[in-house]
Each structure stands twice: as structure tokens, then as C-alpha cells.
Design a protein around this ligand. Sequence first.
Ligand code: ADP
Length: 497
Amino acid sequence: STNASSIEEPIKPTFHVDHTQLLIDGKFVDSASGKTFPTLDPRNGQVIAHVSEGQHEDVDRAVAAARKAFDHGPWPKMTAYERQRILLRAADLLEKHNNELATLETWDNGKPYEQAAEIEVPMLTRLIRYYAGWADKIHGLTVPADGPHQVHTLHEPIGVAGQIIPWNFPLLMFGWKVGPALACGNTIVLKTSEQTPLSALYAAKLFHEAGLPPGVLNIVSGFGPIAGAALASHMDVDKIAFTGSTATGKIILELAAKSNLKAATLELGGKSPFIVCEDADVDQAVELAHFALFFNQGQCCCAGSRTFVHESVYDEFVEKAKARALKRVVGDPFKSGVEQGPQIDSKQFEKILKYINSGVENGATLEAGGEKIGNKGFYIQPTVFSNVQDEMLIAKDEIFGPVQTILKFKEIDEVIRRANNSRFGLAAGIFTKSIDTANTLTRALRVGSVWVNCYDVFDATIPFGGYKMSGQGREKGEYSLKNYLQVKAVVTPLKNP
Ligand code: ADP
């Protein structure tokens, strides 16, 4: 196998990290306490930079700045066209600084640089242009009420949006959050993940260069239970949007309810089925199922983490899935051709290794991988289990790592029942040549996204979100605007109806 070897000396990025302070009211400032925390390089656990740690007082300051920018403008009071032009200029700057952003993303997160530079940052740029397009297309309705009344609705921004994002796609998650909120005229306090605070600070600085007024987009780095909780429970925050684990999502909703009943959007965990039907081209199915699970080191909320394979193609599929995993190129994410870098941190690394052990102990067949790689950083071998049973932990829990679990099925009704037998409902993949099978499965699966003969298609226009415990609300596309708009009904009497 090629990916079992140890990982060589990490490549040093030739890049100076300029922005490590909090971004409040248009200025980079220290935290009130002066405290910092280190952000680590997942390739070796070494410190990249010390970042200002936002705490209660800093969240208060950031919310006050956002409040002032909302209540006194100019942002919500500008013409929509002016807001659009600022967002378009920001997108141009993101594009211009594509490689700096991608470098920060890879350094802080460990994902392959080529993927950051060619997929994630360009997707962010595209997304901001998409939302710029919405800015001047948001309008209410004329309502045909009974009686002599003239009735219309105004679609207004909600106010100050609190946004809490995870570490797996720091820049894309930043975009999914700030894009619709800004297009609708809200102001923002965004808390990045403590694992990956760097890239959003850089991106937010570019928005200011593009002409975003001070106080509209504030970035607070810091820890979840301190800065995140302060934001979710703040009385002056009108809306909270969160992406992360289901466990933390529950806390967010509770804090929102206990404080001021702020509206909440949640994008949470998953255990998404990828269903390979009996008519599938096995080579193509193997490649797509591999991508669905292993992309981004397996750190995707929508990872295709239950690979259901029809019994007639099962043995061939397992053999080929194993061969593909053994060929996966693991290494320093700055090296070209590398498909898989390290996991984000030691906590996730240990958790994944524990799940792998539990799979072995529960009697699943370890076909490939199963071990860490080297003694530095958080590298894990691409791992494949076959003979996985529904009640095993590795088939039920979100592992969030490079661990493929392959399950066998016989009947379509059976796979529908088993695929839906999960507390999650984020996404599903279907691999078949039959339109009838695809339609049957598509209608029956209780999930927010179905990818037929494709996976992880994340166009800015396509809504994304979860059924069941995978979340509430939809991000991206037109649907996301609802998260950031209030509807005001305006009624006036008609004198001469
Ligand atoms: P993970 O366990 O994968 O790190 P989390 O859901 O804990 O996922 O983290 C996602 C985001 O939620 C991060 O920005 C994190 O700081 C934040 N967070 C974690 N715990 C809390 C909390 N109690 N209140 C508010 N935010 C939190």
C-alpha cells in the first residue's frame, strides 16, 4: 500500500499571518483581556500564530458595533444597488487573493492546498457574487385582503445576526453565513472556530477594503462555550445561525430560547446513506462513493458515511473500494497531488481512532487502513470496513473522518427503511441507471439533499440543510434569504375602493 508510510517534513508556507486580532467596528483590536490562544498546524501540532481570544466583553463590544451599524446605518439604509456593488467588489478582491486565502485555509485546517485554491475559495467568490445579485431583487408582495384596505408587505433585514461557524470549511462556511445576511442588509457578529480562526479574518478585511462600512461585519475569534455562548445568548442579537455538531446545536437553540427567543438556523451533523443499486457501473460507483466519504479528510457534515451496496455487486464493490482507498495519496497538504491531509486536531484524531477500534471490536471486516500514519500531526490511513451491520456504532454515529463503512442490501424497500433509520437526515447519494429506482428512492428518503449519480454538488444556487436532527432551515439559494428577512405587513384604508 502507498499510504501507510510516514509523512515527510512539512513544507513551510512562505506567508506571513498579518491578521490575528479581533475585527470590531472596522478595526483590528486586541481582546479586552489581552488574552490570546494558539492556532495549530494539523500537520505537526505546531503553533501557526497566537490569536486574540474574544470573551464576553468582546462579544458585547462587537454586538454594540453591529447594533449601531444597523440602527444608524448606513448599511441597511443604503440603496440595494450600493450594497450589491460593495459585495461585487469584495468578490473581486477574494478572487485576487485566492492563493493567500487558500494558503491560510490549508495551513490552519490541513486540507489539500489544491482543493482550497481550486475549489473552496473559488466557490466562496462565486457565492458572494450570487448573493450580490440578490441584493436588489428582494421585495415584498401586494396582498389582496378582504375589505377596503391597501395591503403590502415589506421584506426587511432582521437586524444583528450572530453567526457561529465550524472548522471543516472555514471560508465556505463564512460565505454561506455572511452572503445572505449582507445581501438582505443585516449586520453581523461572526464567531469562527477556535481551530481555524485565520482565513475569515483575512476575508473580512477584504470586505472592508471593498467599502463595507465599519460595524457591519465583526469577527470574534474564541472558544465555543465562552464567546459562542455569549453570542447565542446575547439580548441584542436578533438572529443566530450555527453550523456544527448536533450536540452543540441543541445548546445554541436553548441559549436562544432562554435569552430573547432570537430566531435560529441550524446546520448540524449527518450519517448520510450512499446507495449503490444493482444496475450500477461498479467502477464509477466506487469512485463516487470514495469521493463522497473521503473528501476533506472525511470531515463533511454530509459525508456519504453509510455506503449501502446491493448484494449482486457487493463483493466486487468491496474489492475495488479497498483498492481505491489503498491508492489514496496521503501527505503534506501543500504538496501537489496529495488527496488527503491530516485531521483537524488531536481530539478528532483520537475520536476517529476510537471509532475504528469499535468497528473492529464489533466484528466489521477491516479491509484497508485502520492506523494512524507517522508520529507527527494527525494523519490517519484511509480506512474501509465491510460487513458493517446497522446497529454497530460505526454505522450510527458521525465519525467525521476517513472511515468508509460498507453495508449490504437486497431490496429497495429494505434499503429505504434502513437508510431512513437514523436520527439524522442531511443528505443521500443514489447510484443507479434506472430513472424509476432513482425517483422511488428520491421521494422516500427523508433528507435535505439527494444527489443522483453525483455527490457534494455545492452550487451557490442550491439550498442545503437537514431534516430531523440534521438541522433547521436552508442555506444557499433563494431559500437562505428567509433566514435573514422579517416580513412587515402594511395596511392602509382605501378611501375610494
Ligand atoms: P466540533 O465538536 O466539531 O468542534 P462544535 O459544534 O462544537 O463542533 O463547533 C462548531 C462551532 O460551535 C465552533 O465555532 C465552536 O466554537 C462553537 N461552539 C462549541 N460549543 C459551543 C457552545 N456551548 N456555545 C456556542 N458555540 C459553541
